[in-house]
Ligand binder design. Structure first.
Ligand SMILES: C[S@@+](CC[C@H](N)C(=O)[O-])C[C@H]1O[C@@H](n2cnc3c(N)ncnc32)[C@H](O)[C@@H]1O
Length: 260
């Protein structure tokens, strides 16, 4: 993250690591020794370390992040923020498509770090979240020289349908997929159609808190469908001839796909 100046941090997945400042977070790393759950602790230590090493972002993003977390709204994790920020710098996209707006944190994050003339389209199906996001775009979004909020276009509805209605083939240089994990496989054909050659697609939460590594026989009944769909999605990404895909353990796992 981009960091939170008062030292409070996202606690998702970091039991016991509450209220750390950047320095104390680094200090705290020495308190852990790998035991039976050494690998889980290593992942936590890595997350804390990366957060502590990352300079704070702008105050408006810090505020919005804290607000979203306090309200229990899931937003991109610090390591994923760094990943997106990196690809925004590499790609310098003119157009971004996001699937899964929530309250607009990642859209505003991308607007802040993308080139000034970058246009963002984002899709959200939950009406209350969409309304909140619209308010946040006005409150925190980039303003033009007349002081008016520059548009982030929010398309409200189920991405499975909305994506099909976007007719601008090959026009998005960066696509960020961050909606219901079980639906990614349904979104893929349209995402491929809309991504420009040389464009990057980042898919978040591919690890499903580590469960994707588990055999399908060991997955709880409740999670079997989503596990199967995510596995199918990852196979589809890896086997798709138009894409070159890298699977990364960043955050809750991210796939980075380049369209040839
Ligand atoms: C993890 S949150 C997105 C977080 C956001 N990208 C951020 O980091 O600030 C996922 C969002 O996707 C939305 N969503 C889930 N399935 C969807 C679908 N089929 N179409 C559109 N939005 C969907 C959910 O309502 C939720 O707000």
């Amino acid at each position: 993250m981009s960091g939170v100046s008062d030292g409070t941090r996202r606690q998702e997945g970091l039991p016991g690591l509450t209220g750390l400042t950047d320095e104390s977070a680094l200090q705290n790393l020495t308190d852990y020794s790998p035991g039976e759950s050494g690998k889980a602790l290593d992942a936590m230590r890595m997350e804390v370390f990366v957060e502590a090493m990352t300079p704070p972002g702008p105050v408006h993003l810090q505020e919005l992040e804290q607000e979203a977390l306090a309200e229990g709204v899931p937003i991109i994790r610090p390591q994923t923020q760094n990943l997106i920020r990196f690809f925004l710098a590499v790609k310098r996209p003119a157009r971004i498509l996001e699937i899964g707006t929530a309250v607009g944190f990642s859209a505003l994050f991308m607007q802040y770090y993308a080139p000034a003339d970058c246009r963002i389209t984002t899709i959200e199906k939950d009406p209350q979240r969409a309304e909140k996001a619209r308010g946040n775009f006005i409150r925190y979004g980039r303003k033009n020289t007349c002081g008016r909020a520059e548009d982030i276009v929010l398309l409200e509805g189920d991405a499975a349908q909305v994506l099909g209605e976007i007719r601008e083939d090959s026009s998005f240089d960066l696509i960020f997929m961050d909606a219901a994990k079980g639906q990614y496989i349904r979104f893929l054909p349209d995402a491929l159609r809309l991504l420009s050659p040389g464009g990057i697609m980042i898919t978040d939460n591919i690890l499903q808190e580590g469960e994707i590594l588990t055999s399908r026989f060991a997955v709880t009944r409740r999670n079997r469908t989503i596990h199967a769909r995510m596995r199918a999605y990852l196979h589809a990404l890896m086997e798709e001839e138009q894409l070159e895909t890298l699977l990364l353990p960043t955050g809750d796992g991210a796939a980075v796909s380049l369209k040839r």
